[in-house]
Ligand binder design. Structure first.
Ligand code: HPA
Length: 245
């Protein structure tokens, strides 16, 4: 089965017909909320709101390990993660949808692995290509079927948050090769890989990042909600097509 993790602006799927909710406890603590089981235009899925259903958990306080563990426990094989991001490239303006193919991780002090503690074996996962091509292809095909333009590829830089970046930090991320910046892509993607879950991300650009485009002087945070709201309608259409076999 497929799971959809909703980020900011996507705490529920409007067209999901819900069958049940299940609260799962894990050895790593509590997930962001109950898993919502249901059917999206006839296809069974599980939905989880990354920031909680009331959007109360900030990026650095999300229990990523519990979330991914709970999905694995529920029998999930594939995960579509939706995440709001800032655009670093000029052409990634608000409203652009991107399926990234790379990650650079700038986060710190997050519980980022299952392989720790005296009992755990020393384990190194391959993470050369952090996203599963199978799930990336589902998203790209879903977008095509929904008639939505989605950019294929790009590097997602994950910052610690919750504050937004300085313009110098964004300039540094750009020099590093980042195309997008968000706060939740890691360790989520790496934990999925550790658990053997196929995982990819649909990134929704909601603002030019700090110092770029119309964010040259400041990021108009009061406008982000409206951009998200508009973009998430398109995202839902893509998700509906993406989960259809
Ligand atoms: N930076 C980091 N995370 C974000 C941004 C941003 O500009 N916009 C949305 N999420």
């Amino acid at each position: 089965m497929i799971a959809i993790i909703g980020g900011s602006g996507l705490t529920k799927l409007a067209t999901l017909s819900i069958t049940r909710r299940e609260v799962l406890r894990t050895p790593y603590g509590e997930p962001s909320g109950a898993l919502t089981f249901g059917s999206l235009l006839g296809h069974d899925i599980v939905f989880l709101a990354r920031h909680g259903y009331g959007h109360t958990i900030p990026p650095h306080e999300i229990n990523y390990r519990a979330n991914m563990w709970a999905l694995k426990e529920a029998g999930i094989k594939r995960v579509i993660a939706v995440a709001s991001v800032g655009g670093i490239r000029d052409y990634f303006g608000p409203g652009t949808l991107v399926v990234p193919d790379q990650i650079i991780d700038y986060t710190y002090r997050r519980r980022h692995t299952y392989f720790e503690g005296p009992e755990a074996p020393v384990t190194h996962i391959d993470f050369t290509w952090p996203y599963a091509e199978s799930v990336r292809a589902m998203l790209l095909d879903g977008a095509k079927k929904a008639g939505e333009t989605v950019h294929d590829g790009g590097a997602y830089g994950c910052t610690q948050g919750p504050r937004l970046e300085t313009s110098a930090e964004i300039a540094r991320l750009e020099r590093d090769g980042c195309d997008l910046v968000g706060m939740t892509g890691m360790p989520e993607a790496a934990l999925a890989r550790e658990l053997g879950l196929e995982y990819a991300c649909l990134s929704v650009v909601v603002n030019h990042s700090a110092g770029k485009g119309d964010s040259a002087k400041a990021i108009a945070v009061e406008h982000l909600g409206e951009v998200m709201k508009q973009a998430m309608v398109r995202v839902q259409h893509i998700l509906e097509r993406a989960v259809a076999p």
